[in-house]
Design a protein around this ligand. Structure first.
Ligand code: C5P
Length: 299
């Protein structure tokens, strides 16, 4: 069989409200998340054992990689089923930076599950319920990638609901610039800062839901009005290069810009007519010439 491949899109949190800490140590959140046209590509060929190679030598290709964690989880759930893939040679073309809040590893994991479904016989595949549970167990950001659309995510990320068509129309196709400084931010560290500042850093769930409902209910409100992220203040307090640039992009270009997820990647919504040359130059002047910058669209 020839190698099969799928896209593993990156994501942006357009709205991210961490609403409080749960008894299990995770956090509850309300988030509007959209996949990007930009991301990784994962290929697979049947093989007797699971293996992974990656275009980026910085990416670990051992059992710590979510692609191989996904493969191990797939094998556990489908153990004993005839026709379930028991091995596969994965090749990851890595474009999404790590430690960025862009969901790169989570998206790769879901891409791996999709490919394993594809190379397994029907009787060996995960049911939709097993697919959802396996994705949720792999990481809080995995379930959202089971839908190839902007969604609302709740709970710790395992409850994913579609958005009304009118809202999707205000999101899909929007031009964005995504940029990440040379450093990443660890997700557990970012949540730890919120815990340290509790309860001040949280947005209570009723307020988060009311904010989201207000945007959904006002069909004339642009996407710019939805942007929110309460993980941004603690990240900005430590990494001052973030607020300096976000404020400059607003002041010089009138752009609405935010951090995505737990950072460190940020994004700006771009009007169609805006030329990105001067914006890119401002970003590189602030964060250095090696700054990752990509123009793409919400998908
Ligand atoms: O689920 P995931 O592996 O992405 O989570 C990484 C870490 O981020 C968790 O160990 C936890 O500290 C924190 N987290 C959280 N609440 C969430 C998602 C992640 O506290 N909803």
């Amino acid at each position: 069989m020839a190698a099969l491949s799928v896209q593993a899109p990156a994501k942006l949190n357009l709205f991210l409200a961490i609403t409080g800490r749960r008894p299990d140590g995770f956090h509850d959140l309300v988030s509007v998340v959209a996949p990007l046209e930009f991301g990784d590509r994962l290929s697979v060929a049947p093989a007797p054992v699971f293996s992974l190679t990656c275009s980026d030598p910085e990416v670990p290709v051992d059992d710590a990689n979510l692609v191989l964690k996904a493969a191990a989880a797939f094998r556990r759930v489908t153990a004993g089923r005839p026709g379930a893939a028991a091995g596969a040679a994965f090749v990851l073309e890595k474009h999404t930076p790590m430690g960025a809040g862009l969901g790169g590893g989570s998206s790769d994991a879901v891409a791996a599950l999709r490919l394993l479904q594809e190379i397994s016989d029907h009787a060996g595949r995960l049911t939709p319920e097993e697919m959802a549970a396996t994705a949720a167990q792999l990481g809080s950001d995995c379930p959202l990638f089971l839908r190839s659309a902007p969604v609302v995510m709740r709970g710790r990320g395992e409850r994913v609901d579609p958005l009304p068509d009118a809202a999707v129309r205000r999101i899909r196709g929007r031009r964005v610039l995504v940029f990440k400084p040379g450093f990443g931010i660890s997700t557990p560290w970012a949540y730890g800062r919120l815990v340290a500042s509790a309860p001040g850093g949280y947005l209570p769930a009723p307020e988060a839901e009311a904010r989201l409902a207000a945007w959904l209910g006002d069909g004339a409100a642009p996407l710019e009005d939805l942007l929110f992220n309460n993980m941004e203040p603690p990240a900005c307090a430590k990494f001052v290069a973030l607020p300096v640039l976000l404020e400059r992009l607003q002041a010089e270009f009138g752009l609405s810009a935010r951090m995505s997820g737990s950072g460190s990647a940020c994004f700006a919504l771009l009007p169609e007519s805006t030329s990105i040359g001067p914006i890119r130059a401002t970003i590189r002047a602030a964060w250095g010439d090696s700054t990752f910058v990509i123009e793409t669209r919400l998908a």
